[in-house]
Design a protein around this ligand. Structure first.
Ligand code: BTN
Length: 319
């Protein structure tokens, strides 16, 4: 935004109208509409305008400012309230939305979690979905879910300094509690993906009261762990940058490099785990993820079992 780039304070209406090649009246009207959007702007009769505060809203203009990505976030669709950003993104993809379209909502009324669960999505979080058209076979789609988790962890570490880690397949934990979940959905033919929606939910500035008591796994927010609010705009920007970088690596070099980064950031590997799949529980040590992103668990008698899906509980102390 033009006012943001004037750190010394005031910028005259004349200067803005000259720089943007619009009339003084148009500048005034724009300032009024920014104020209506929650921007605090001081208007001085002689000195001009001064930006005092920006609202905590994920406006596309704020996210795009200094974003620096190539294709991801070229189109950002922002909503105050939707049922689920994944549902909206699917609808846009069906209507031909380009790869890299981002759907963001301040609130989700029917946020969708993995395994048919409900995802609590009040104000203060980052609830977004990415429209992707990866030129890979449908069986390779899990790689993109793992990639998403790597992108979130890197962004959280970069923006907050918190030691976030990944619990297989794609939960992001801080201090053993969940701060982010990822739900990937796709439409595909037998051998090609039409589109894939990577839905990412990060509990950024949620308070303890935002979380229902009956949660299956303990959850937290970045704010609760850090002791201060986190800029959601900064987090979304960093997430989009990291995602685009990793997606480029996946397209050019295949899954190996993403897999190695996932392993480095994992809090699942080399731990005793319980994996629940189709109501059956299996216990053992998580030893690796394979080339398809499946989790390999070794039981006490040495047997190795491979999981493509499931719910993991970490058994040695932390959830
Ligand atoms: C999980 O169960 O861990 C996955 C949660 C995924 C939540 C995100 S929030 C944005 C996107 N829209 C949804 O409805 N779900 C995903």
């Amino acid at each position: 935004m033009f006012l943001r780039r004037q750190p010394e304070g005031f910028v005259s209406g004349e200067e803005i109208s000259r720089q943007l090649a619009v009339s003084r009246t148009a500048v005034w009207k724009h300032i009024q509409s920014l104020k209506a959007d929650g921007y605090q702007i001081n208007a001085h009769p002689h000195l001009g305008y001064q930006l005092l505060a920006v609202p905590d809203v994920l406006y596309p203009e704020e996210i795009r400012s200094d974003l620096g990505t190539g294709w991801l976030g070229t189109r950002i669709c922002h909503y105050e309230k939707v049922d689920s950003t994944n549902r909206v993104a699917r609808e846009l993809a069906e209507a031909g939305a380009a790869e890299g379209t981002v759907v963001i909502a301040e609130v989700q009324e029917n946020g969708k979690g993995r395994l048919g669960r409900y995802w609590v999505s009040p104000r203060g979080g980052v609830w977004l979905s990415l429209v992707l058209c990866p030129p890979v076979a449908p069986v390779e789609a899990p790689c993109i879910t793992l990639l998403s988790a790597v992108a979130v962890v890197k962004a959280v570490r970069q923006v907050t300094g918190l030691a976030a880690g990944i619990k297989w397949p794609n939960d992001v934990l801080v201090n053993g509690k969940k701060v982010c979940g990822i739900l990937t959905e796709m439409k595909s033919e037998l051998d090609a993906i039409n589109y894939l929606i990577a839905g990412i939910g990060v509990n950024v500035n949620l308070t303890a009261g935002d979380f229902p008591e009956e949660l299956q796994h303990p959850a937290t927010s970045l704010m609760l762990e850090l002791g201060r609010e986190v800029s959601r705009v900064n987090l979304v920007q960093e997430l989009l940058r990291q995602f685009e970088e990793l997606y480029g690596q996946l397209m050019q070099e295949g899954f190996t490099r993403i897999r190695n980064q996932w392993k480095e950031l994992s809090v699942t590997l080399n731990r005793e785990v319980k994996v629940t799949f189709l109501k059956e529980a299996y216990r053992g040590q998580a030893v690796d993820i394979d080339a398809d992103g499946a989790l390999l668990v070794q039981s006490a008698d040495g047997q190795l079992k491979r999981f493509c899906a499931g719910d993991v509980t970490l058994r040695d102390g932390l959830p």
